[in-house]
Structure formats: C-alpha cells, structure tokens
Design a protein around this ligand. Structure first.
Ligand code: SF4
Length: 482
C-alpha cells in the first residue's frame, strides 16, 4: 500500500499545470461523458492522463475497464504511465471510449474521406456505416480536398468510434493557400480547428526534423518518402528552408491538444514504403526523435500514440515492435500493416493482415486497416468491409496469442456451436455473419445438419451420433451405388 501511495504521489508530481488555466468538469453519474473546458486553477486536471496521475478514475476509464474486463485501477495506472491512451476529445459527445495500449484488446482503425478525384460524400457515409457495423474502434477522416469541416463535424456527431484526422492533409483546403505560402501559424490554426471540432486523436508528423532528413538523404531509399503528410511537410521544408513547423512549434501544439484532451498520434513520415527500406537509418532516426517527443507530450499532460510501419519483411517485425516500445517508453504503438511483401496489389489487405497479426502479437496495440484497393485507388464501401474484416482477424489472432483476458471466449463459443452443428450459433459468433450466412445458404445441403462440404459424411454429425449412443449408418451414394 505504501508503495502504491508513493507511486501515485510521483505520478501527481509529474502533472503540469494547464497553460490555458482550464478545468474539465467531471460529469456526474448518468450525464454525458463529455464536458466543456472551463476556467480552472492550476491544481486541477484536464486530460485523461492528468486525471490518472491525480489518482482519479474517470467515467471513460471505467467504461474502458468494463469493455476490457479489467479493473478500473489497471486502466488508471496504465493511462498515468502513458502505456494506455484513451483518445476522448471533450467535445465528442457520441463517443464510446476505447483504450489503446498494453494489456488491452488490439484496436482497429478504418480510413475514409473525400479525395480530390472522388468526392462522393454518400459513398463515404456508406463506409462509415460499414466501419461501425463491423466493429472498427476508430475512424480516420483523411479528407483532403476542398472544405472538409462539414463532413468532419457531422462524423464526430454521428460516430461512437473514436475519430482521428491528419491536419496536414487539410491545410491547403482549409487555408485556401498554396503549400509554400502556408506559415507555421497557419498550420497551428488547422490543428486548433480540428481539436475544436471534437477529433479524438490527431496525426502530427513532428518527428521528421532536419536531422532526420539529413539521415534519409545520406543513406537513400528505394521508395523515398511515402507518407502523404510526410511528403507535404518535406516539400514545405525543402521549399522554405525552414524546420518542420510541427517540430519547431511542438509545445504550442501540445497546449492546443491539452485544452481539448486530444491525443497526439505522432506520425511516422519516414515509414518504409517497401520491404527494402524497412528498418533503415531514416526510419530509426525518426523513431529516436519520436521517443523524445513522446516524453514532452506526457510532460504537457497530453496522451500519446506512436505511428509505425509500413512495409516490412516478416522477420523484422517483432524486433521493430520492441524497439518502438523501448525508444518511446512504452507508448501505445499504432501500425499500418505492416505489409510483408510488395508484390500483391489487389490483395494488400492480406499482406497487411499477416504483418498486423505478427506486429500485434509482438506488442503493437492498434492496427490501421489496409484494403484490397491499397496502392491502386480510393477504396469503395466493399473494399472497406474486406479490409476491416481482414484487420479484425489479425487483431483478434494477436489477442489470442497475447493472452488478452477473454480473447478466446468467442472462439470457444464458435467451436461449441460448430460441434453442435448449430448454424445460427455459428453466424452469431462470426466476424462477418452476413458473409458466412450467404455462403451457407448459397448451397443447401441434402442431409440436414451438415453442409455441402462433406454432406452425409459430416464428421461432426457422425461423431455426435456415436457420442449419443446411436449407430452410424453410411451407405454408398452416387452413380456407382447399388
Ligand atoms: S459437412 Fe463437413 S464442413 Fe460442413 S459442418 Fe460437417 S464437418 Fe464441417
């Protein structure tokens, strides 16, 4: 008990006063879990990590504990230490909070959003419906053309999943300026707008500073910089000769994020775009910078997630996950893929799911989905479903391997239904019940209690009959039968 008390006092000591002198008023039981920023004195916490360090279990922590089958104190301690993030913007009233990090279920993100070439808002809403129906815990709105605020605010209002954005994508459209005319202050304005709009986590590519670019230029790459946000910042830095504005003005960005309890998802601008570039000097140089930025964010009372690769051969993935956890002090790791080979366009939901399963079982906490359309076009709603289910499979497979509490329960229920040849029971446990049912119904079996795979030779049915004390009778069928 004394040790626990000392740890809590140490956590409290690390909490910094909010620079904007704001207080987040805790809702009473039964009220909405969101709140408006209020004036506060310096002793009062604002963000989930502030509260956790102050020893307070918030409603969001309680809800995450319920979903995960964990003790609320386990969640509070994880948030206080930075090992768990609960992205929960104070303006996101529809949010059903999720925890991302050590000891929790692996979470899955769906990307969508309007692009310049395909600005079909109705199709983007179909994707939102698919994402929510099939259990995505997060949706990133990557809209990058025109005025994006209307779609973003509608999405925040409608979505129980956490919402992420990349302000850099939106800068040109929001500011109505050419890239090289945008100032550092302009970039901060875009960050502020997204935070005020209720976005739960923002991808900020703050790690790619001049040192990292020097390292990348010295060593060279097969596919250079493939991160969209990273390429825009690289172009801006090269054109203006200035330092990365998100790195140079990092403290001001943290102040904005703290005010609205936005989690920073520190982007990996130097993520490898092919297996050849994986684990190279540029990637690792940026990861070292991200580790330093992680500590600065925690010191400012801002929750952190760290983004990672990318493309990577299978044998490098586990070591990369451990390196991230080491260099970034145990911060939750959010990976795109990794895609374990470069030669399967049209099937990259599979190459990414293979890598995602290995990554998550080796320590990654959050998987960004990849669709069959990756590298080829903007995905449609069907691609979103295929990509999401593939990534959910990877996440769940990893959770079984990691021994996440309760992870096997659904598999055991499925197996019990299989043994009983209970089709409705099987559909109820399936990740994609619609697809499973459609397959079964497309080929009705002639023998009841089987499917057309084995028909009357159904192993399950045969053994069930024996176990029930019945005699199994299998007669020859087909053309040669007499
Ligand atoms: S027929 Fe074969 S595949 Fe179908 S339920 Fe029975 S054992 Fe399984």
């Amino acid at each position: 008990m004394a040790r626990k008390g000392r740890a809590r006092r140490a956590e409290r000591g690390r909490a910094r006063p909010d620079p904007n002198d704001l207080m987040w008023v805790m809702p009473t039981k039964g009220d909405s879990m969101t709140a408006q920023p209020k004036r506060r004195d310096a002793a009062h916490p604002v963000t989930q990590i502030d509260f956790a360090r102050a020893g307070v279990v918030t409603p969001q922590m309680t809800e995450v504990a319920r979903k995960e089958g964990r003790d609320p104190e386990f969640i509070r301690a994880g948030v206080a230490a930075g090992r768990i993030a609960i992205p929960a913007n104070i303006h996101h009233a529809a949010l059903s909070p999720e925890g991302v990090g050590e000891g929790l279920r692996t979470k899955v993100n769906v990307n969508l959003g309007i692009s310049g070439d395909l600005a079909d808002e109705a199709e983007e809403w179909r994707k939102v419906e698919v994402a929510l129906k099939y259990g995505a815990e997060a949706i990133m709105d990557l809209s990058n053309s025109g005025k994006t605020q209307a779609f973003r605010t509608k999405l925040v209002a409608a979505s129980s999943a956490m919402i992420g954005t990349v302000p850099m994508y939106d800068a040109i459209g929001y500011l109505d300026k050419a890239l090289i005319s945008i100032t550092a202050d302009d970039f901060l304005d875009v960050v502020r707008r997204h935070a005020q709009d209720g976005v739960d986590f923002l991808t900020i590519h703050a790690g790619m500073n001049r040192r990292v670019i020097e390292s990348f230029k010295e060593t060279g790459r097969l596919t250079n910089v493939v991160s969209r946000g990273g390429s825009l910042i690289f172009a801006w830095m090269e054109a203006t000769g200035n330092e990365n504005p998100f790195y140079e003005h990092y403290d001001e960005i943290l102040e904005i994020l703290h005010e609205h309890d936005v989690t920073i998802s520190i982007g990996d601008a130097m993520r490898p775009g092919c297996t050849y570039d994986a684990s190279d000097a540029g990637q690792i140089a940026e990861l070292i910078e991200i580790g330093k930025l992680t500590r600065r964010a925690w010191d400012a009372g801002v929750q952190v997630m760290v983004e990672g690769p990318g493309h990577m051969a299978l044998d490098e993935i586990a070591a990369n996950m451990k390196l991230e956890k080491r260099l970034c002090h145990g911060a939750p790791f959010y990976v795109l893929g990794p895609l374990v080979t470069d030669i399967a366009p049209g099937y990259d939901h599979i190459t990414a799911a293979i890598g995602g399963a290995v990554a998550a079982s080796s320590g990654a906490d959050f998987l960004c989905y990849v669709t069959p359309a990756e590298h080829l076009r903007l995905p449609d709603a069907d691609d979103v479903r295929e990509g999401l289910i593939a990534t959910k499979i990877a996440a769940h497979a990893a959770d079984i391997a990691k021994g996440v509490p309760g992870a096997r329960d659904r598999d055991n229920r499925m197996s019990d239904a299989r043994r009983r040849v209970d089709w409705e029971g099987m559909f109820a446990e399936a990740l994609d019940a619609d697809k499973a049912r459609a397959y079964f119904q497309s080929a009705p079996p002639s023998t009841e209690g089987t499917c057309t795979m084995c028909g009357e030779m159904c192993a399950l049915r045969t053994v069930n009959q024996i176990m029930d004390g019945l005699t199994v009778q299998l007669e020859p069928t087909g053309e040669g039968a007499r």
